[in-house]
Design a protein around this ligand. Structure first.
Ligand SMILES: [Zn+2]
Length: 308
């Protein structure tokens, strides 16, 4: 949306308004527009039953995610840090990803049914992929549209494939729940506010572009990671744990994993999934509460109870 304040001002002046009142009319107009478009974009998220606002269509998300992924891969190649696809670690990570992805339709359907919503089909347009990147960071991400990266610094923290699956399930959940799109909706609201204040007019400047990349969860190569809100983190914990359990990874590994995560310090950057949780004990308690449900998912799809 482009606004030409000069044009509006001149046109209005011809009709005899003062410049001060024009500013107020424009500001109020923006505020009403922002409020109406925010409320109009409200939908029930079928995975959690909570109200959500989406700032981009699934097609836009897939496209933006693919572009961001190309940049991440290009940067990793330039630094000679991209693990070859036939390396043992790449094959292991790919195997975990495939098991998780296979269960996406079942878990999507089960969670939507729990919330009395039709099962979303957005994931069918995803272009799933996973890359392993050499780095000291204990991190991983799944971009909107399903392209993932795992940094090798995560391996000694995860320690086993069940815990790795819980991290990757968490990241996949961010993509399934379209948290990138939801952050873009929030940012649009912020931008509306900025426009109303006359701060940002016209197209996207480099800072706004950075902000959009950050919203997508691909901020790492820009030197910053925009953390998800705590509510989005809780949602990703929940949906990710059910996905991992349904793919026959032991959900009981979740609590010791987050304990190891919360102890990461020193020179390592805090991982995406630890950065917005100043209260790890609260998170442990929530994960414990989710355990019976996760066990039920495991039992249903794996035909046995997970080992304690
Ligand atoms: Zn997260």
């Amino acid at each position: 949306m482009r606004i030409d304040p000069m044009g509006q001002g001149m046109g209005a002046r011809r009709r005899g308004f003062g410049l001060g009142s024009i500013r107020w009319i424009v500001m109020i107009g923006f505020a009403i527009y922002a409020a109406v478009s925010w409320m109009g974009s409200a939908k029930k998220d079928p995975y959690t039953g909570e109200t959500a606002h989406y700032g981009a269509s699934t097609d836009e998300e897939v496209q933006l995610g693919a572009q961001a992924f190309d940049q991440v891969i290009g940067d990793a190649q330039a630094q000679n840090a991209l693990m070859p696809a036939d390396a043992q670690v790449s094959q292991q990570i790919r195997g975990i990803a495939q098991r998780l992805i296979q269960r996406v339709p079942d878990v999507t359907q089960a969670l939507a049914a729990e919330h009395g919503a039709p099962a979303p089909e957005d994931y069918r347009n995803f272009q799933w992929d996973v890359a392993v990147i050499q780095s000291d960071d204990a991190n991983a991400f799944c971009l909107p549209g399903g392209k993932m990266a795992v940094y090798t610094g995560l391996l000694p923290v995860a320690q086993n494939q069940d815990a790795m699956a819980i991290v990757m399930g968490h990241e996949i959940a961010h993509a399934l729940l379209r948290h990138g799109s939801q952050r873009m909706a929030q940012q649009k609201l912020v931008q509306m506010g900025q426009m109303a204040a006359g701060v940002a007019l016209g197209g996207m400047d480099p800072n706004q572009q950075r902000a959009v990349m950050g919203a997508l969860g691909a901020g790492a190569q820009y030197g910053f990671i925009l953390p998800y809100g705590r509510n989005h983190e809780s949602q990703a914990d929940e949906v990710g744990l059910m996905l991992a359990a349904a793919a026959c990874f032991n959900p009981h590994e979740a609590v010791p994993l987050w304990q190891r995560m919360s102890q990461i310090g020193g020179g390592q950057r805090p991982p995406e999934f630890a950065s917005t949780h100043p209260d790890p004990e609260n998170r442990m308690a929530r994960l414990q509460q989710l355990m019976p449900r996760a066990e039920a998912f495991y039992q249903k799809y794996c035909g046995t109870a997970p080992r304690q």
